[in-house]
Structures are given as structure tokens and as C-alpha cells.
Design a protein around this ligand. Structure first.
Ligand code: UD1
Length: 417
């Protein structure tokens, strides 16, 4: 199994180009199932989760090929409506094919994704909302068997809780429903705006009518289109934190700074110097890091996907900080490993008390999930000596070329078998 070796205590300097967003690409790829025509997508990141989604689409009958920078999806003969456990179990976003398959065929059989390291992660909100569009379903042997005998019919739906995935599944499904759907209490992550921009580009009719409210006028078919996926704001945030941690000097490129204004403000409060241009963020780290209390929240709040990374930075603050995880119930898997490196973090239910003034020590480490893996790399980048990070397949699910990008800005890091 592959490992990463990191030789730390090097300042990161230079420029890093941010890849396309994994979390925007996944629902957009699922949404291509609505089409019977060609869709051209640009800026998809080369990461494992995207490969898995492409495999899932191919298993459903999509014809997919790469041509230069485009992924070309041809759904002319896409005719299957069964998503197997084998593909959905490795990536929860597999459930996003349920909405488009129901919209297209009126019935579908999709494996339940199951839990993962960061919590039980049910899909009850997706299913309850789909039933309001006329879908009835049964769970049989780990699969959702769903059908809409009269087709999907537009409705007014208020989500009981803000869910990124459920909002996406419903937007995609309602795009081909009969009549008008109004969704409220929607997640408003930038990736969801990217999805609605994509859907409107292929001929759907979706309007944001209030902060968390969307009106969808069902259409009967969609067109051929080209679309460029947005940048990965979590990858950008990770490199910003890496620069702050190593007291580095980095230009983060191919981004839209205002989309990550909250993260920029947080890093400024902690003491880093940040300036922005249209598509670039320039960060200069500061040896003195101020403590801060942070709680994760749906966008525009602080993202749970950056919680592990900011925790590493707060270990270096002048005083104690508290991090409250309000999205997932079990997202502190990185804490035990960070403590093995010398951090002093204690957990009380969904709060982590992070003591400051930590000097991380190099160690052999085990990655537990995608963002936890990267937090271990960040800690290792500040520790003198060699750290070894095992189970990096988690990392490969969501970070494109991470060793290459880190090496280019001065890190000493290598992948070994
Ligand atoms: C997406 C992101 C993930 C991010 C998360 C929160 C993708 C591919 N993944 O995950 O990186 O960490 O948003 O920003 O975009 N919940 C239920 N029932 C449901 C659905 C969700 O109880 O039917 C709960 C979840 O367990 C969690 C919370 O709602 O506690 C938010 O989850 P959700 O926003 O749905 O996350 P995902 O879409 O799975």
C-alpha cells in the first residue's frame, strides 16, 4: 500500500494552481444523466472520486471519453437504471444518480451508500423529498427501489435540515419533473450554484428566488452543452493554511477569492497577511498565530471540510482555541493522530479544545478520511524529521497531484510503495 514520506520544517513559497472542484464535479457528472445528447466538461480534477463517478456513469450506459481538456459524455444510448453497491459504497455521492435516473426513467435501483468514518450519513432527507415529487420507494437488501409511476411531479418542498447532497439530488430530479418545484431551506454551497449554472446551460430552467429558495420549472428535454467546473475551494483553503503554518509566502491561483471570503477573514484574524486579485490570493504567514474559536456551519459558514486543517494551525496559536463541529457527529478522527505528534487536543462531544504553542514532532501516522489525511500532511510539514503517512488512498479521493504541487512550492515529500 502506498505511503507518503514528509520531511518537514520547510517554508512553502511560490505559486500553486488550484484544480477543479471535486464536490462540484460529482453532482454535475450525475446531472449529465438527464441528457440524451453530448455534454463537454472542462476542469474536472484528476482524483479517485471523479474516476469512481465516471465508472458509475459508464455502468449505467454512458459513453465517456477524454479529448484534450474535455471530458465528453454521450448519453445517446444511456439506458440502465441500476447503480451497484460495488461502486456506490466507495463514494457517498453515488446516491446523486438516484434523482436523475428517476427523472429520466421513472424508476431506479440504487445502492444505499452506508456510513463512513465521519458519521452515519443517512439519506433520509433525499428520500423524503423525492417522495414529495411522486416517488414511492422501498429499501430492500441495501438498495433503494424507487419508482414514480406517473413520472415526477413538481411540488413545494422544505428540507427539514440543510443538506448539500439532498439539495443537489432534488434540483436535478425536479429539472425534468412536470410543472414547478419550489425548494426551500436549501444548501447554498458554491458547488450547488455551479450545478444550477450547469443545468441552466443544458436547457433547464432554475431560478434562485431567495437566499435558500429555488424555483425549478420542469423541462421535457435538455440540450448539448460545454461547461467549465468551478475551482476547488477546499483545496484552496488547504494551501492557504499550509502557507500560514509554514510561515510561507504563496500565491494561490485559479480561484475566485470572494467565494472563500470567510476563510480569508478567518486567516487574517489569526494573523496572516492576505491580499487578493481577481483570480489570485497572496498569503504571507506570520510566526505569531492568534487563537480563535471556530464552529463549522453550512455555507457561508466555516466549512467542515477545512475543520481538520484549521485545527492543525490553531495548535500553533498563542493560546487555547475551541473548534465546534456542527455538521458531522464524528469528525475528529484526526485528533488522536495529531496528539501522537505532540498536539494537546481534547474532545468533549462535538467540541475540541485545542491547546496552543505546539511543536509537532515527526511520526508514523494513519490517515482515516480525506480531510484528516491532509491535516496530517500539514502537521508533518511543520515537524522536523521524517513523518510517514499510511492509507493515503483517502487523500487520492480528493486532492489532485498533491505531492507534485507541494514539491513545486518547496516541500520535501515523496510517495513510496
Ligand atoms: C457534502 C460534501 C462533503 C461536505 C458536506 C457538508 C460532496 C460530495 N460532499 O456531503 O464534502 O463535508 O457536504 O458540507 O459534496 N444528513 C442526514 N440525512 C440526509 C442527508 C444528510 O441526516 O439525508 C446529515 C448528514 O449526516 C450531516 C448533515 O446532514 O450530518 C449534512 O450532510 P450533507 O450536507 O448532506 O453532506 P453531503 O452532501 O453528504
Amino acid at each position: 500500500m502506498q505511503k507518503l514520506e514528509v520531511f518537514g520544517a520547510k517554508k512553502l513559497k511560490g505559486q500553486v494552481k488550484i484544480s477543479g472542484s471535486k464536490n462540484a464535479s460529482l453532482p454535475i457528472l450525475a446531472a449529465t444523466l438527464l441528457s440524451n445528447k453530448k455534454v463537454y466538461l472542462k476542469n474536472l480534477p484528476k482524483v479517485k472520486d471523479i474516476e469512481t463517478m465516471i465508472n458509475l456513469l459508464q455502468s449505467l450506459g454512458s459513453k465517456i471519453k477524454f479529448n484534450k481538456k474535455n471530458l465528453i459524455i454521450n448519453n445517446f444510448k444511456q439506458n440502465k437504471n441500476y447503480a451497484s453497491y460495488k461502486l456506490v459504497k466507495t463514494m457517498r455521492a453515488g446516491i446523486l444518480v438516484l434523482g436523475p435516473l428517476l427523472a429520466k426513467f421513472g424508476n431506479a435501483k440504487v445502492s444505499l451508500p452506508g456510513g463512513c468514518a465521519i458519521g452515519s450519513r443517512p439519506v433520509d432527507i433525499h428520500l423524503k423529498a423525492l417522495s414529495k415529487l411522486g416517488v414511492s420507494y422501498k429499501i430492500i437488501q441495501g438498495y433503494v427501489h424507487a419508482s414514480a409511476p406517473k413520472g415526477l411531479i413538481g411540488s413545494k418542498i422544505r428540507f427539514s435540515k440543510i443538506s448539500v447532497g439532498a439539495t443537489e439530488n432534488l434540483i436535478i430530479a425536479a429539472s425534468l419533473a412536470k410543472g414547478i418545484t419550489v425548494l426551500s431551506n436549501c444548501a447554498i454551497e458554491p458547488e450547488i450554484k455551479d450545478l444550477t449554472n450547469f443545468l441552466n446551460k443544458i436547457g433547464c430552467n432554475i431560478k434562485w428566488i431567495a437566499k435558500r429558495k429555488i424555483k425549478i420549472f420542469g423541462v421535457s428535454e435538455v440540450n448539448e452543452a460545454n461547461y467549465t467546473v468551478m475551482f476547488d475551494r477546499i483545496e484552496a483553503g488547504t494551501y492557504l493554511i499550509a502557507a500560514a503554518l509554514t510561515v510561507g509566502n504563496l500565491k494561490i491561483q485559479n480561484v475566485i477569492p470572494k467565494i472563500i471570503q470567510n476563510e480569508i477573514n478567518t486567516l487574517k484574524k489569526i494573523g496572516t497577511k492576505i491580499s487578493v486579485k481577481k483570480n489570485e490570493i497572496h498569503i504571507i504567514g506570520n510566526k505569531k498565530i492568534k487563537n480563535l474559536n471556530i464552529k463549522t456551519a453550512p455555507y457561508p459558514g466555516f466549512p467542515t471540510d477545512l475543520q481538520a486543517q484549521i485545527m492543525v494551525l490553531l495548535c500553533k496559536a498563542n493560546k487555547n482555541s475551541i473548534i465546534k463541529e456542527d455538521i458531522f457527529e464524528n469528525r475528529f478522527m484526526h485528533v488522536a493522530e495529531l496528539n501522537r505528534m505532540g498536539a494537546k487536543i481534547s474532545i468533549n462531544s462535538n467540541k475540541a479544545l485545542v491547546e496552543g504553542n505546539t511543536s509537532f514532532e515527526a511520526a508514523e501516522l494513519m490517515a482515516t478520511d480525506l480531510r484528516a489525511s491532509v491535516s496530517l500532511i500539514l502537521a508533518a510539514l511543520t515537524a522536523k524529521g521524517k513523518s510517514v503517512i499510511n492509507r493515503i488512498y483517502h487523500l487520492d479521493r480528493g486532492y489532485e497531484n498533491i505531492e507534485k504541487k507541494l514539491k513545486k512550492i518547496g516541500a520535501k515529500i515523496r510517495r513510496v510503495n
